[in-house]
Design a protein around this ligand. Sequence first.
Ligand code: NAG
Ligand code: NAG
Ligand code: NAG
Ligand code: NAG
Ligand code: NAG
Ligand code: NAG
Ligand code: NAG
Ligand code: NAG
Length: 812
Amino acid sequence: MGWRAEQTPHIAAGLLLLLLAKLPVTCHQDHQDAVHITAILGESVVFNCQVDFPEDIPVPYVLQWEKKVGETGQDIPIYIWYESYPTHSGEGYEGRVSRVAPDSPYGAASLNLTNIRESDQGWYECKVVFLNRSPNQHKNGTWFHLDVHAPPRFSITPEEIIYVNLGDAIILNCQAEGTPTPEILWYKDANPVEPSGTVGIFNDGTELRISNIRHEDIGDYTCIARNGEGQVSHTARVIIAGGAVITMPPTNQTKLEGEKVQFSCEAKALPGNVTVKWFREGAPVAEVAALETRVTIRRDGALVINPVAADDSGQYLCEVSNGIGDPQSASAYLNVEYPAKVTFTPTVQYLPFRLAGVVQCYIKANPPLQYVTWTKDKRLLEPYQTKDIVIMNNGSLLFTRVNQNHQGRYTCTPYNAQGTQGSSGPMEVLVRKPPVFTVEPEPLYQRKVGESVEMHCEAQEAEGTQRPSVVWRRRDGLPLQKSRVRALGGNVTIDTLRRQDFGIYQCVASNEVATIVADTQLVIEGTQPHAPYNVSGTATEFQVTLRWQPGYAGGPDYKQDYTIWYREAGFSEWTKVPVTPSGATSVTINRLQPGTTYEFQVNSKNTIGEGMMSKAITIRTLDVGAKPKAAPTAPGPVDEKVFQNAPEGSGPKSGPPRNLTVTEVHNGFLITWQAPLERAQLVQYYTIKYRTDAQWKTLNRGQIRPEETSYLVKNLVGGRTYYFRVLANSATSYESSDEVKFPVPARVKHKAITAGVVGGILFFIVAIILSVCAVKICNKRKRRKQEKAYNMVAARLTDLRAADSTQVPFKK
Ligand SMILES: *[C@@H]1O[C@H](CO)[C@@H](O)[C@H](O)[C@H]1NC(C)=O
Ligand SMILES: *[C@@H]1O[C@H](CO)[C@@H](O)[C@H](O)[C@H]1NC(C)=O
Ligand SMILES: *[C@@H]1O[C@H](CO)[C@@H](O)[C@H](O)[C@H]1NC(C)=O
Ligand SMILES: *[C@@H]1O[C@H](CO)[C@@H](O)[C@H](O)[C@H]1NC(C)=O
Ligand SMILES: *[C@@H]1O[C@H](CO)[C@@H](O)[C@H](O)[C@H]1NC(C)=O
Ligand SMILES: *[C@@H]1O[C@H](CO)[C@@H](O)[C@H](O)[C@H]1NC(C)=O
Ligand SMILES: *[C@@H]1O[C@H](CO)[C@@H](O)[C@H](O)[C@H]1NC(C)=O
Ligand SMILES: *[C@@H]1O[C@H](CO)[C@@H](O)[C@H](O)[C@H]1NC(C)=O
């Protein structure tokens, strides 16, 4: 024994050094008597080791635990204990190794290894070295083999949601660690994945590959990693990616200026990372400077404009996308309404003496302008009472022939459904003489290709007005080729003429008072023919014979060939008929339908190409049984000209009344029409014309006011065929509707024509009843019913017409 307290430090230190430096290596290749222990990763294990004192007499000893490491099987100490000296823990074992408590059931040399790592796996030796013994007497240690087991844990897993398109190929990768090495199992929904032509499991089960995704491949894929210590699972959901779909598109909205507007644009998508973009009239809203401070796009995609301005009206389009497929878009219109306003007041405006002139009122209005009131010299102007003055669609004043009295101080006030934002400022209107041409171009210049042409023009202002500017242009609006065109004052020269240079040229002289125009024609020999003109025709039931004058042939000795284009008026398909023999300037078109209106145009071509179309004319074929007219020169029925061509320059007029219909009703015949589409405000009254032979007569007594669009005729002569037209009369002109033919059934008894005006709304009620009945094909029983219904309406008609002098009692 003889260990004494004062000696021990030296001995222990020397021993430790010795131990640490190198103990004689004992080779333990196989330790049959070794203890095999299995531990679980992260948990603790106790290596049970006894201290067997020699002769059972306790003596001082050093306890040393070693671990065999590396390929060479070198033993390194992981725990050394000696008496009251601090224990030594090997690298990587700090804090994890300790001796068991003395009162534990384990041997005194037992080692408690905690927080087990996978690297702890291997051989351990427990050595008890008794001091003051000769080394050769020391006992071999006890050997342990530690197996570290770990439950599986995933190192690589697929995304939880995988967006695919049908036909895609995907690889799901699932890798797990653990001891023993976990196996990987794949399940689709609740069932094991069955490998097939397109589905396979590779790389020790860690990869599931689907080469061509079909509908049945969509679902939840679960990979399970398991070993003896446990299992873990991970599920990946494979779903078909969906591009964004708009679920709440924006809707059209009407707002008053200053209000706030919000357009929704909600979308669904898979994946749901939708971005919403907004465009106004095609431009991103963020780039619309006028909107900049007033526009926001909310998180839910909605566009908010607050407050809206008059100019914000227009199309707003939202575009949604999640990066899959094409972006979807939806649009809506914003309609910003505001009272009509004058945008600009010119302080001085000029009217050209003895010409037509316009005093402008610059207006903005939404809803559209309803009317404009004008004052002249502080008195309300009544244009309807003044022969030469018309208020145009856009509110400006048109003077059809200016005289000195028109000079004055004017204001205009525009109105729409929202009212007005006030009058213009006063505008001084001065009547001045227009400029005049002092040199006018010749009516026609004829040149050959390659030559040049000089066209002359000069204009002079009247006293007290500005010098007019003189420019040249083509009447058809095509640009002049700068490189070949030289202008010198009012003279223009075009060099190296080409065929395309043919056409009408205009010398335009303008100053503040008026713009005057002089036309000239430039003919290039060797061009396409010019349009045929003076086209006329005569009709029988089934044929129309057309005649025309040839236009310029395109050059000397050029031959023209003609083609007739025709169609039933109002239908879009043209039929083309070449005219034979070549060069003929009249042709008969056969196989037409009787009683039908056709449009005709004549086109000409020469060796260079097709020329321009003639003006279109309309001709109506005769009704079956009608006699051909004695002198069939004018197209269509007698007097047609009168209605189609109100004298040129006779003043502005509306478009034609539309949809003229004649319907037999219980107590007469109802003539109805629709107001013209164009310039309806010019209509001052309507006139109904009718004829049964060549002679047109006026049907109505008194004027039909512009707001009325129907008229009741009491009695027409049974068995006769009537033709009707409605004329829309403006102050100085008129426009005719199409002609409507109405054969009066023979059962209708003859009575003198009597008539009455029917309000448009009341007619509407009648029309509904009639059309319902028409659908059902009235039989007699239904007819009685209908009469009853109509009488109810008629009773109201009577009330309405009680005030009218042309009232006619109803037949009971
Ligand atoms: C081993 O050490 C751990 C941690 O200190 C302790 O919880 C456990 O009780 C010890 N085991 C024994 C047998 O002493
Ligand atoms: C120690 O181990 C060696 C080799 O395994 C063996 O030959 C020897 O007999 C053992 N000694 C004792 C005392 O067990
Ligand atoms: C929205 O307004 C536009 C243009 O005014 C129109 O073409 C479209 O039909 C409107 N849509 C709806 C749903 O009213
Ligand atoms: C949305 O996510 C998908 C998939 O993560 C990605 O491909 C796409 O680019 C994203 N789209 C947007 C608009 O961020
Ligand atoms: C009004 O219309 C006439 C005829 O179309 C036109 O000449 C005039 O410039 C227009 N005025 C304004 C202010 O738009
Ligand atoms: C235009 O041509 C006419 C006639 O040749 C000539 O008298 C006039 O001086 C020319 N004008 C200019 C500005 O060259
Ligand atoms: C063409 O018709 C107009 C009237 O419509 C007539 O004045 C002119 O003489 C005709 N021209 C020819 C060449 O027949
Ligand atoms: C005529 O009336 C019918 C039915 O009321 C309508 O469908 C058609 O568009 C109208 N035609 C015109 C030119 O207004």
